[in-house]
Design a protein around this ligand. Sequence first.
Ligand code: CP3
Length: 349
Amino acid sequence: MSATTSVVASGRELFLDAIACQPTARRPLWVMRQAGRYLPEYRALRERHTFEELSGNAELAAQVTLQPLARFPLDAAIIFADLMSPVAALGLEVKFAPGPVLSRPVRTAADIAALRTPSRDEIAPSVMSALRMVKKELRGQRALLGFAGAPWSIAAYLVQGRGSPGFPALRALAAGDPALVNLLLTKLTDLIIDYVHAQFEAGADAVQLFDTWAGLLSRDSWTRLVRPHIARFLEETRGAGRPRILFLQDASHLVPAYAELPSEALAVDWREDLAALRRAVGPDKGLQGNLDPAILVAGPGPTRDAARALLAAVPARGHIVNLGHGITPEAPIESVQALVDAVHAEHTS
Ligand code: CP3
């Protein structure tokens, strides 16, 4: 390598440049749920601690956040927490079995009125401590990502009480009493605006807003009920000057509407044609994704082939490579390595 090409951009620079749609020497890569049960070192910790202990204790959460980075040269760390981490500040009790379970669902005007209005420093303080610890360890070399659930996707668990196919109680309440759901979404939007501001203050370089259950609503209902809240979140977090990635899942009918919202990046699942999405959104929005997590379960060969096909199809500028949803516990380590190798083998400039 010549002297002129020996300055290697850090993963953090690759990530931030790609989100800003600037040219990069290669595409950045991270993996949704990259700290989790497919890692033997995570499973070993889980034998000694519950998920609540791991995510609720800053030292343990920082340690788990860093596990995948010790094994793979990923370009970003995402803080180890859960969609439900900030809701304890509302006075709600959440357990995990393995997904979130509310001790009492939130379904009436009285339930919503009883929610606390926390100050910023009362919202998941251990997540902020974990962010500060990880920030220090990363020494500016990898991007540090915070995240929050989108208001609708948090409301899904609060109203339904637990994960459930189609979330029927949530959809019935949205149809029967949209004003009540709107009030709940307003409170949750206030919460996540403060939560995300606190994460930026604690050192997050960017945040991802997970709207995992966006697709439950028709486009028309979504436009009336959900869109104003995401628009307000984006408006009120813009001043920090840090990128916001919107993620939606199983919601093809809503992708054009999310693409119109003023986030710096959009993350979509594997059902979407990312190359077509690039043509539709133009050159100025970061796009993230979108391999099917099941391909990694199929093994390193299929993963390498799918990764190469993705890189060939999607223009490099503005592309952050990721899966289309979280990596599953069944994925072999070798598949993650094959994904890393395929991304690192591509030189784009
Ligand atoms: O990406 C990362 O590495 C950060 C960690 C992270 C977790 N949850 C850890 C976790 C993130 C970003 C989340 C967000 C989250 N949590 C979402 C949105 C993202 C998505 O997957 O769409 C949702 C819907 C949840 C709710 C949730 N938490 C479910 C449905 C479950 C159980 C199913 C599952 O995937 O495990 C959880 C528990 C949970 N959150 C685990 C982890 C690693 C597993 C806990 C364990 O170790 O047993």
